[in-house]
Design a binder for this molecule. Structure first.
Ligand SMILES: Nc1ncnc2c1ncn2[C@@H]1O[C@H](COP(=O)(O)O)[C@@H](O)[C@H]1OP(=O)(O)O
Ligand SMILES: [Mg+2]
Ligand SMILES: [Mg+2]
Ligand SMILES: [Mg+2]
Length: 353
């Protein structure tokens, strides 16, 4: 019996007979399957990659983050379809919806189960607890890793000795909330950044509403010095300067900085993850935001993905951000990110003090 057939039969049995749970657990201990309750819902899956392979920790983290972000994206879509967004304002111009809360609850619970010794910091705080009934199903939690190739990548010596206790995972369950509430769903991403020794070592950017060939959602990952996947790097057009910046959090300083850089075009879009995607795909040369506002969960994953393809992300003085667990959450020094091949130092020189 192949693993897939066994999986499907377990799923069917489970649906028919509530009482088979104990027997199934015994079966699954011998194969790589497990039956478990997740957030009050019982379902059956293969051991997640966080638990089941001998691949280096860094690769298991990124692999698990990809699959987790992908499922979180389907939760975001389902909440939108339900039409009940449950919007609250956490401060000034700082929205949170039921989709932010549900996606964060799912991501944090799942990563905690796979990597219990890592520190996980989510934008929506530690108190989020949501009922995911109706938002999760075996179909949205596929048993196989999303990118099986990740687990076979070779990792430099210095990244082989990472211990789980030293890992900090920065979670932005829904980046671009402001735009999400306005129906601009193309600006939304789910971000999972992985840091060790205060620096990003892996990142996942998932776009829940991207659609190609009938497949919903796109997941992109980057592991500096190891590799990237889920997208094709495209250089931005030569002889032009296209800058992307905030759509909903601008101020005088942001505008004065943009004016000083004399761009040919300004793309005002929502979300830090979305703007990083514009750099990755060559639609902008630089992401410039001369103001506090973004937090560590906004920039950890984008920085890892950008660095994995030769891009750079710093504050407005060129200083890299640090991502240790006790760091201040707000990126006080603003944000300057450049696409691969773009001269980061030119922007640093040209930004007025
Ligand atoms: N003033 C702010 N208050 C709250 N969040 C902010 C602020 N500025 C930026 N952000 C976060 O950084 C992201 C990128 O900023 P912008 O879209 O303005 O370019 C936002 O989508 C938001 O993340 P989130 O949507 O996850 O709360
Ligand atoms: Mg927010
Ligand atoms: Mg965000
Ligand atoms: Mg968010």
């Amino acid at each position: 019996m192949t693993a897939q057939i066994l999986y499907e039969q377990i799923g069917r049995l489970a649906a028919r007979h509530q009482s088979t749970l104990k027997i199934l657990v015994l079966v699954t201990k011998q194969s790589s399957f497990q039956a478990h309750r997740f957030c009050g819902i019982r379902y059956y899956s293969k051991m997640s990659v966080g638990e089941s392979t001998n691949a280096p920790l860094l690769l298991r983290l990124v692999s698990e983050a990809c699959t987790t972000a992908n499922t979180a994206g389907s939760i975001v879509r389902k909440v939108l379809l339900s039409g009940e967004l449950g919007v609250v304002d956490k401060g000034v111009n700082d929205l949170q919806t039921k989709a932010d809360r549900c996606a964060q609850y799912y991501i944090v619970q799942r990563l905690k189960r796979c990597f219990p010794k890592a520190t996980i910091i989510g934008e929506e705080g530690d108190d989020v607890s949501e009922n995911l009934e109706g938002l999760l199903s075996p179909a949205t939690t596929p048993p196989e890793p999303l990118f099986p190739e990740i687990l076979n990548k070779s990792v430099p010596e210095k990244l082989l000795s990472i211990s789980e206790e030293n890992v900090v995972i920065w979670v932005d369950p829904l980046d671009g909330t402001q735009e999400f509430t306005k129906g601009l769903v193309g600006h939304v991403t789910t971000l999972i950044g992985i840091a060790v020794d205060a620096r990003p070592v892996g990142g996942v950017i998932h776009q829940p509403f991207y659609e190609a060939d009938g497949v919903k959602g796109r997941t992109m990952y980057g592991i500096p010095e190891v590799g990237h996947g889920g997208f094709t790097v495209t250089p931005p057009p030569e002889g032009k300067r296209i800058i992307t910046t905030t759509r909903s959090h601008s101020n005088q300083r942001v505008e004065a900085t943009l004016a000083a850089l004399q761009p040919d075009e300004i793309l005002r879009v929502g979300g830090a993850g979305h703007k990083a995607v514009l750099l990755i795909e060559g639609r902008a040369h630089a992401y410039v935001f001369a103001s506090p506002g973004c937090k560590k969960w906004d920039t950890c994953a984008p920085e890892a993905v950008l660095v994995s393809i030769g891009g750079i992300l710093t504050d407005m003085d060129g200083i890299p951000y640090r991502y240790s667990k006790d760091v201040e959450h707000v990126n006080q020094g603003g944000l300057l990110a450049t696409a691969p091949g773009v001269d980061h130092s030119w922007y640093l020189k040209s930004i007025p003090k």
